[in-house]
Design a protein around this ligand. Structure first.
Ligand code: FAD
Length: 385
């Protein structure tokens, strides 16, 4: 189905983003996968091309366009023609908003220009060895020491963990309250801040995921985002956008897998005819096409709702849940339709299958999405006597 939410200016922008991804990202994917990390320079190139934080204020080098369709296009084109391991959406849409929307004027002026240009790469660190879904179980703590906060603890599975120059770190600030949480800007080179080795993963091979350690790190007061006890409220503020970003990525990956599989089943022959012409293949492709089209409408409408500040966390959780589950199903079907070739690393579908598995886990697991949606229906067991 033709998508109806884009204007001609979006389509022009899509062409230029596609060109960037094909020229500056795609040629490096094999090398990045072998290295387990992308080149820093790709962020600088994306910044120079105006592809980082399109929404950022012009005084910081952004385009000042508060239309999430442009960011949607960047995410989609990066996944289709670039590299899912180039985590441009983490930088632009999951971390930079914390600094741009919660940071004070001094923090914004100090950091945003280098974030928009790609000189400073971003990460966000919530998850710990002992807790992920249940953030209230976080152990990393920060103590107020007058002119600074003293940070101690560790984080794990942190995307951009090796490359990041600035990391938004969540830490407990009030021992008396489960929900007293602060967000701290930890910068590369701060004494006591160390990075572990790159973690070896099932997929996302070019994405540097790492453990981070904080041993008596003195975080200046100037590096606290907002109020140091309001972290939970701040996290909730950005959840809808974060989940929609994940959903957009899942849909783009699923649609890309579908398209390359359609080409494959038209080409590949068995029993004297293209495998796509077997009734089973045709039905599997038809079912996927139907589900992809229907869900894409929901995602596109969610982007418009986000633009209108009307996207609720529950709506975004629906998008994330359904898109990541559909992505998993589509990848599995597409590998099956490729036969043995689908199990070979040289075929893109093999890599996509591995990359897709994380979508149902990170940015909130499918089970947590169901909890959020279920509770919004008035089915909250926490409210039972
Ligand atoms: C490649 C990768 C990149 C990541 N990037 C980042 C990052 O940049 N920053 C960051 O902070 N984190 C990151 N994460 C961490 C990710 O967000 C967590 O792994 C995820 O939130 C799940 O937490 P967990 O691993 O502790 O699983 P757990 O919370 O231990 O969950 C294990 C299982 O229990 C289920 N479960 C938990 N609670 C409930 C419940 N209440 N009801 C029903 N089922 C439940 C879960 O759904 C899951 O199936 C990343 C992880 C990976 C693998």
């Amino acid at each position: 189905m033709r998508r109806h939410t884009f204007e001609p200016e979006h389509e022009q922008f899509r062409d230029s983003v596609r060109h960037f991804m094909q020229a500056e990202v795609a040629p490096h994917v094999d090398r990045w996968r072998a290295a387990g990390v992308v080149d820093r320079e790709v962020y600088l190139k994306a910044g120079a091309a105006g592809l980082l934080c399109t929404w950022a204020d012009e005084k910081f080098g952004g385009a000042g366009i508060e239309d999430f369709r442009f960011e949607q296009i960047i995410i989609e084109e990066n996944i289709r023609h670039g590299d899912i391991g180039f985590y441009i959406n983490l930088h632009s849409n999951l971390v930079a908003p914390y600094i741009a929307k919660l940071g004070n004027e001094e923090q914004q002026a100090r950091l945003m220009p280098a974030i928009v240009s790609g000189e400073k790469i971003l990460a966000v660190a919530m998850t710990e060895p002992g807790t992920g879904s249940d953030l209230a179980g976080m152990k990393t703590r920060a103590e107020d020491r007058g002119d600074h906060w003293l940070l101690n603890g560790s984080k794990t599975y942190i995307s951009n963990g090796i490359l990041a120059d600035v990391i938004v770190v969540a830490a407990r600030t009030d021992p008396a309250s489960k929900h007293g949480l602060g967000l701290f800007l930890v910068e590369g080179g701060m004494e006591g801040f160390e990075r572990g080795a790159k973690l070896n993963k099932m997929g996302l091979r070019s994405q540097d995921t790492a453990e981070l350690f904080f041993n008596d790190v003195k975080v200046p007061k100037a590096n606290v985002l907002g109020e140091p006890t309001m972290g939970f409220r701040y996290l909730a503020r950005f959840l809808a956008q974060e989940r929609l970003v994940a959903a957009i990525g899942s849909m783009s990956a699923a649609q890309t897998a579908f398209d390359l599989t359609l080409d494959y089943v038209k080409e590949r022959k068995a029993f004297g005819r293209p495998i796509g012409t077997f009734q089973n293949s045709r039905f599997v492709m038809a079912q996927m096409r139907a589900e992809l089209d229907a869900l894409q409408c929901y995602i596109d409408q969610s982007v418009l709702a986000l633009n209108a500040s009307e996207l609720t966390p529950e709506d975004a959780s629906v998008a994330k849940l359904l898109a990541s589950e559909l992505e998993g199903k589509v990848m599995d079907n597409c590998v099956q339709l490729h036969g043995g070739a689908g199990y070979m690393d040289e075929y893109r579908i093999c890599r996509m299958y591995q990359d897709a598995r994380i979508s149902r886990i990170f940015a909130g697991t499918s089970e947590i999405m169901k909890e959020i949606i279920g509770r919004s229906l008035g089915l909250d067991d926490r409210k039972l006597g």
